[in-house]
Design a protein around this ligand. Structure first.
Ligand SMILES: CC(C)(COP(=O)(O)OP(=O)(O)OC[C@H]1O[C@@H](n2cnc3c(N)ncnc32)[C@H](O)[C@@H]1OP(=O)(O)O)[C@@H](O)C(=O)NCCC(=O)NCCS
Length: 162
């Protein structure tokens, strides 16, 4: 789908990818990891669009991301890069793919939640224009960690009103 500079291609995810997604979820999110059943539902769920970053050399999945389009706005459902491939541009590539898709869908706004102490993700989101607009206390369980809610106006530069 996309020839990425960090040695990956971005492609659509399928149910066959769920085992690899589970492994990355556990590595990245620990106790908060989505289960195989949740991931299997998400990948094919209504309004969902999930992509993975596949290493061009090994064929292994090294990142994944997904959105939900409700007909008006998109919600970034998740994004993750395998630990040994972080800091190489994979996350930026995946987020860019989600936002391109959101614009193609005609979404007005992209929304997401992020743990208040997740500096890498906050930097990534803010670097593409997301702004914090609220705080959800105890959003992440079982850790009971707070989340920032963030939004990005996708039509701002086109001068369109919602
Ligand atoms: C957030 C995450 C997806 C970023 O993926 P990545 O592939 O490492 O990101 P990239 O290499 O594309 O870096 C993109 C930007 O993220 C930020 N970033 C990445 N690693 C960072 C770090 N350790 N500290 C601070 N900022 C960092 C930088 O702004 C970077 O921009 P730059 O290219 O100008 O340096 C990755 O850290 C991750 O998987 N974290 C665990 C899962 C997670 O928390 N997901 C988000 C849930 S809301």
């Amino acid at each position: 789908m996309t020839d990425g500079r960090p040695g990956v291609v971005v492609r659509a995810l399928t149910p066959d990818d769920v085992p690899a997604l589970v492994a990355m979820e556990v590595e990245l999110f620990g106790a908060g990891a989505w289960s195989a059943a949740m991931l299997a539902e998400e990948v094919v769920g209504p309004g969902r669009w999930y992509v993975g970053a596949q290493d061009t050399a090994s064929g292994a999945l090294v990142g994944y991301a997904g959105l939900w389009f409700d007909g008006f706005d998109v919600q970034v459902m998740t994004i993750g890069t395998a630990r040994d491939r972080q800091g190489q541009g994979v996350g930026r590539l995946l987020l860019g793919a989600l936002l391109d898709r959101a614009r193609t869908l005609g979404a007005a706004v992209a929304l997401l939640e992020v743990r208040v102490d997740n500096d890498p993700a906050l930097h990534l989101y803010e670097s593409v224009g997301f702004e914090r607009f609220g705080l959800r206390r105890g959003y992440y369980q079982p850790e009971n960690a707070d989340a920032w809610t963030m939004r990005l106006e996708l039509r701002r530069h086109e001068g369109e009103a919602r």
